[in-house]
Design a protein around this ligand. Structure first.
Ligand code: NAP
Length: 262
């Protein structure tokens, strides 16, 4: 990577959606970028970020695997990472008993295992240097049992919780941890999760650029978490005082296959 005067940010899942917009925020604010995704589209995204003045290196890897994360980490070539935006993730619609376990495992391995492995590697370096910012993309989905998206919601509940715990563990190290908790956002997420025939898949959604900006700003401020938009803030506040059985039933109404078809 060319310029060493600019700080370096790693953004995972930067080929589309929220991660693409997060990488744009980083480039706009003077970061160089190391970006990763699982498909060649990541190299096209890189061109957009270079146009904003950032030196950009891309890594194509399956971040559900430890090898994929090792490949990404190796691409830093020892250059200090000022910001880690651990955003890559995906969902999986339909009933749990009807899902292919390989797909189930890929959700868990991407959203949890690969994310944590990367955070541990980069976080250790940050702690040694006494500075750094970590942004984890959790979700408001982590506040409710995800009927017909059960495993995904579970992974996001894990990340929401993990983020606060890690933040507290390392509070005196100069490294901050922030959790971005978006609500339904207009990205490729619902198509990839095979949820286009659901109510939530067809509903109007938040703009990924707005969501990313809120997350980036919260990370730069060192805040603990950010829920974007008043509707999502209300939803999470209500979720904290609503019985889990009711939340599960509400989720069924918006995520059941066919629920979007009139
Ligand atoms: N959209 C929503 O409503 C919503 C709401 C709350 C939270 N989120 C979270 O926001 C994050 C970004 O999702 P998005 O909505 O922006 O969806 P998206 O447009 O589908 O983007 C997902 C990104 O993650 C990458 N990715 C997924 N699995 C990967 C893997 N195993 N290895 C490497 N890269 C992988 C994808 O790259 P490839 O295309 O190369 O696989 C893509 O760049 C996810 O963590 C998601 O859970 C989304």
């Amino acid at each position: 990577m060319a310029s060493n005067t600019r700080p370096l940010a790693i953004v995972t899942g930067a080929s589309s959606g929220i991660g693409y917009e997060l990488a744009k925020c980083c480039a706009d604010h003077g970061f160089d970028l190391l970006i990763a995704a699982d498909e060649p589209a990541i190299t096209e995204a890189a061109q957009d970020f270079r146009a904003l003045g950032a030196a950009v290196e891309t890594v194509e890897a399956d971040l559900a695997t430890l090898d994929g994360v090792d490949k990404l980490y190796a691409a830093t070539h020892g250059r200090p990472v000022e910001a880690l935006l651990a955003n890559a993730g995906h969902g999986l619609g339909h009933g749990f008993l009807d899902q292919d376990f390989h797909d189930v495992r890929h959700v868990m391995d991407t959203n949890i295992t690969g994310t944590l492995y990367l955070i541990q590697k980069v976080g250790r370096d940050m702690r040694t240097r006494g500075q750094g910012r970590i942004l984890i993309t959790g979700s408001v989905a982590g506040f409710m049992p995800g009927t017909f998206q059960a495993v995904y919601n579970g992974t996001k509940a894990f990340l929401n919780s993990f983020s606060w715990a890690l933040r507290n563990e390392i509070q005196d190290t100069g490294v901050t941890v922030t959790c971005l908790m978006p609500g339904a956002t207009e990205t490729e997420f619902f198509e990839r999760a095979d949820m286009l025939d659901t109510k939530v898949g067809q509903a109007e959604k938040d703009d990924p650029a707005d969501v990313a900006k809120a997350g980036f700003d919260a990370m730069m401020e060192g805040e603990g978490d950010v829920v974007t938009g008043w509707r999502n803030k209300l939803q999470t506040a209500m979720a904290n005082v609503t019985p889990a059985s009711m939340l599960a039933e509400q989720h069924r109404k918006k995520a059941e296959p066919g629920s979007g078809e009139k």
